[in-house]
Design a protein around this ligand. Structure first.
Ligand code: UTP
Length: 296
C-alpha cells in the first residue's frame, strides 16, 4: 500500500488552566505521561499515520516545546561518552521523528483560531489536526482510518467515541446517520456540551480531525462563540449544514483506547494504565496497585 504524506497540525497553545500551577511556566502538552511528554506520543501517532511534516501551534511557554524537538548536543555527547546507548536513543528520538515546525497563536482565541494559524503552512491541501493533550493508544487504529475515509469519500472527517450519556455534557456531541460502513457515520449537526436530555446521541467528538482546506475560509468567517473563542466546532457545523462548501462531514467511530491528559483525573489514570503495560515498570506497579486496592 502506498501512502501519500499528509501535513499534521497540533494545537498546543491553550492555557491549560485545569493543571495550574503545573502549567504556569510549561504547556500542558509537555506534562510527562510515564516518561515522555504527552505531545511526543501525538507526534509519533501522526508519523505512524503517514505524516512527516508536523506544525505545532504554540502559545506562551513555547520554548519547552521547541526545545523538546531540537537536538541537545551537550547531553548527547555526555551519554555517547558514557556509552549509554539506550538513554542516548531516548534523547535523540524526538528530534528525529519528523520535520517539526512551529507557529505562534498569539492570544489563545480558541481552537478554531489555532487551526487558522496553520493556513499558510498547510496551503491548499487536506491536513490532519491532532490535539496535543489527547492520546490515542499506539496499538489502536484511528488517524490512518480517518485519512483513508477522507480520501475515498472526499470528506471532512472527525473522530467520535461512544461515551456514557452522563458524560456527554463534557464534549461536543454529533447527531448522525448510519452509512454502509460500521465504523463510519454521516454527521448531520453538532451540539457543544449538551445536557444528557438534549443530546442527539452518545457520540462525543474527540481530538482528531482530517480537514479540507476549505475549512480556512469558513474559520475566517466564524464569529467568536462560547467564551469569546473561535470554535472549530462552529466551523465544522457550517460544513455539515452545507455540503456545497466542501462535501460531507463524516465521523469515524473509535472503539479503542484514548487518554485525555488535559483532565487531571484522566491524566493520573493514563500514567497508571500506560505504565502497567510497560515491561520495565508493569510488574512492580501491578503488584503495588493490587496491594493498594486491598488497603482502600
Ligand atoms: P482545551 O479546551 O483543553 O483548553 O483545548 P485549554 O485552555 O488548553 O485547557 P484548560 O481547559 O484551560 O485546562 C483543547 C486543545 O486546543 C488547544 C489546547 O492546547 C488543547 O490542545 N488550544 C485551545 C489552542 O491551541 N489554542 C486555544 O486558543 C485554545
Amino acid at each position: 500500500m502506498t501512502r501519500t504524506s499528509i501535513k499534521a497540525v497540533i494545537p498546543a497553545a491553550g492555557l491549560g488552566t485545569r493543571f495550574l500551577p503545573a502549567t504556569k511556566a510549561m504547556p500542558k502538552e509537555m506534562l510527562p505521561v510515564v516518561d515522555k511528554p504527552a505531545i511526543q506520543y501525538v507526534v509519533e501517532e501522526a508519523v505512524a499515520a503517514g505524516s512527516d511534516d508536523v506544525l505545532v501551534v504554540v502559545g506562551r511557554n513555547k520554548n519547552a516545546l521547541a526545545n523538546h524537538f531540537d537536538r541537545v548536543t551537550e547531553l548527547e555527547h555526555t551519554l555517547a561518552q558514557k556509552g549509554d546507548d539506550s538513554k542516548l536513543e531516548k534523547v535523540m528520538a524526538a528530534s528525529r521523528l519528523a520535520d517539526v515546525h512551529f507557529v505562534r497563536q498569539g492570544d489563545p482565541l480558541g481552537l478554531g483560531h489555532a487551526v487558522l494559524r496553520a493556513r499558510k503552512h498547510v496551503g491548499n491541501e487536506t491536513f490532519a489536526v491532532l490535539l496535543g493533550d489527547d492520546l490515542i493508544d499506539a496499538r489502536d487504529v484511528l488517524l490512518s482510518r480517518m485519512i483513508e475515509v477522507s480520501r475515498t469519500q472526499s470528506a471532512t472527517v472527525i473522530a467520535l467515541m461512544e461515551v456514557d450519556p452522563s458524560h456527554i455534557h463534557m464534549y461536543g456531541c454529533a447527531a448522525v446517520d448510519a452509512t454502509g460502513e460500521d465504523d463510519v457515520v454521516k454527521v448531520k449537526y453538532l451540539v457543544e456540551k449538551p445536557a444528557a436530555a438534549d443530546a442527539p446521541s452518545n457520540l462525543a467528538v474527540i481530538g482528531r480531525y482530517v480537514l479540507k482546506p476549505e475549512i480556512f475560509d469558513v474559520l475566517e468567517k466564524t464569529e467568536p462563540g462560547k467564551g469569546g473563542e473561535i470554535q472549530l466546532t462552529d466551523a465544522l457545523e457550517a460544513l455539515a449544514a452545507d455540503e456545497e462548501i466542501a462535501g460531507p462531514v463524516l465521523g469515524v467511530v473509535f472503539r479503542g483506547r484514548r487518554y485525555d491528559t488535559g483532565d487531571r483525573l484522566d491524566y493520573i489514570k493514563s500514567n497508571v494504565l500506560l505504565a502497567l503495560d510497560r515491561d520495565d515498570l508493569g510488574p512492580d506497579l501491578s503488584a503495588w496497585v493490587k496491594e493498594l486496592a486491598e488497603r482502600l
